[in-house]
Design a protein around this ligand. Structure first.
Ligand code: ADP
Length: 161
């Protein structure tokens, strides 16, 4: 079975890394799809977000990385994936994920959405909040991979100069 794990990943957190570590043994291939929607203002370029994944997860052999501005279901069809994986942290994630899963079902009835519960250790971790912590020089240990911590440091030390 082939899975797609789509998201903004701006930037990746240890919550995203944890989901991939847990799902990769369950599928033949996991295709991580990094969003590059032109209307959104991302902090990190799609290429940087892919690079973070590669550095954080060097030892998983069935992972592939892609960037896309299109529909996830179209990408899934193109590569022959049977399912889309999404993570669920807290109740407030549920409504969004359910609506998205139902829309994807309407667009592509043969593709299933699999929901994976966040590890409780990371259920409060979001890309948005880690950006806020980083912007105020907060401690990012236990929240993001080392490569992301370094990238934030570089970004904010450049701004200070
Ligand atoms: P999107 O903008 O598509 O929601 P995100 O990068 O925020 O992109 O999240 C991608 C996926 O990863 C979503 O399914 C989200 O619920 C999940 N996710 C985000 N943070 C965590 C976390 N800490 N633990 C588990 N799953 C997470």
């Amino acid at each position: 079975m082939i899975a797609v794990y789509p998201g903004s990943f701006d930037p990746i957190t240890l919550g995203h890394v944890d989901i991939i570590e847990r799902i990769s043994p369950c599928f033949h291939e996991v295709h991580v799809l990094v969003a590059q929607a032109s209307e959104k203002n991302y902090m990190f370029k799609p290429e940087e977000r892919v690079e973070f994944f590669k550095q954080a997860l060097p030892n998983i052999n069935n992972l592939k990385f892609h960037m896309s501005s299109g529909l996830t279901v179209d990408f899934a069809k193109k590569i022959g994936a049977q399912c889309i994986v999404r993570g669920l942290r807290v109740v407030s994630d549920f409504e969004y994920e359910m609506v998205m899963a139902n829309m994807n079902k309407k667009l592509a009835p043969d593709i299933e959405t699999f929901i994976v519960f966040a590890n409780p250790q990371y259920n409060f971790v979001s890309s948005r909040l880690v950006k806020e912590v980083a912007a105020h020089q907060g401690d990012l240990s236990g929240l993001v991979p080392e490569c992301v911590r370094i990238a934030f440091n570089e970004k904010y030390s450049k701004q200070k100069r």
